[in-house]
Design a protein around this ligand. Structure first.
Ligand code: HEC
Length: 251
């Protein structure tokens, strides 16, 4: 008899266990066998109890979850403006790293020795700067020395526009193009020959580049197209692929 009642009591207790909480929805106790009276007490309990520890979700965690779920309202014009500013900053950083490495190589090994250094280090330096900013950095040129720097399809038009402006003495502005449905923003900026130092490796092969350097160049770059430049000439362009999400992260 007692057993029967205990069973019924248990059946009348609805327990729902969710991830971290126990909800006791309805508990009906047959008090009959407890108190010897023929009355049923129904106790409706709605308990939301933390299981195990009494830990409460901290406000910080709550805010963090809310923040990650928040949909950022971004304005397209602001994204492009920031991409342009950021591209400018990255290209200047990359340029500074290349120039300081180049100057050190020239002072350590002379001009022809520095060719070898550029051959080995120019691309790794750019990759490293790219990793720092989560972007991909290249230099592209129709008059390329390293065939890796030959323009890609999406760079050709921009490079042509820079060349047109240079030939017609028009100003060349850095710009942003949308690639891959706008998921990638391409920062492009003209690279000109700013000083005579560049000419010792990119200038006139008969008068500005010494024989030793010319020999090294033809050994390492048999199809070199990057000589014969003058001060102020267009040498190529910066081509920096910036994932749009990296820009949005910074807004
Ligand atoms: C010591 C010789 C040397 C000097 C000085 C030098 N360069 Fe170069 N430059 C090179 C070499 C070598 C490469 C090919 C690097 C490679 O293999 O990735 C190169 C590549 C480039 C490229 C990439 C496009 C291409 O042709 O492959 C640009 C742009 C460039 N140089 C611009 C300049 C500018 C601007 C200066 C002056 C600030 C300069 N260089 C000074 C040797 C030099």
């Amino acid at each position: 008899m007692l057993c029967e009642r205990i069973k019924r009591c248990i059946l009348q207790t609805a327990l729902i266990v969710s991830e971290n909480h126990i909800y006791i929805l309805f508990l009906s106790i047959n008090i009959d066998w407890i108190m010897g009276k023929n009355i049923y007490f129904f106790i409706l309990i709605f308990v939301l109890a933390s299981c195990g520890t009494n830990e409460r979700v901290s406000k910080e965690v709550f805010d963090e979850v809310n923040k990650s779920m928040e949909v950022k309202k971004v304005n397209e014009a602001d994204v492009l403006k920031l991409a342009l500013e950021w591209g400018e900053e990255i290209s200047q950083d990359a340029q500074a790293q290349l120039i300081s490495a180049l100057q050190k190589a020239i002072s350590d090994h002379g001009i022809s020795g520095a060719i070898e250094f550029c051959n080995l280090e120019a691309l790794p330096i750019l990759n490293e700067v790219g990793e720092k900013y989560n972007v991909t950095i290249r230099r592209a040129s129709n008059a390329y020395r390293n065939p890796e720097d030959k323009p890609k399809d999406y760079e050709e038009m921009i490079l042509e526009a820079f060349e047109y402006n240079a030939e017609n003495s028009l100003p060349t502005e850095a710009n942003i193009q949308k690639l891959e449905n706008g998921e990638v923003l391409l920062f492009a900026k003209a690279i000109k020959i700013p000083n005579a130092m560049c000419l010792s490796c990119h200038g006139n092969p008969d008068s500005e580049i010494n024989t030793e350097t010319m020999n090294k160049l033809s050994e390492l770059y048999p199809d070199d197209k990057a000589t014969g430049h003058e001060l102020g000439d267009l040498r190529g362009m910066w081509s920096i692929r910036i994932p749009k999400k990296e820009i949005i992260k910074r807004m």
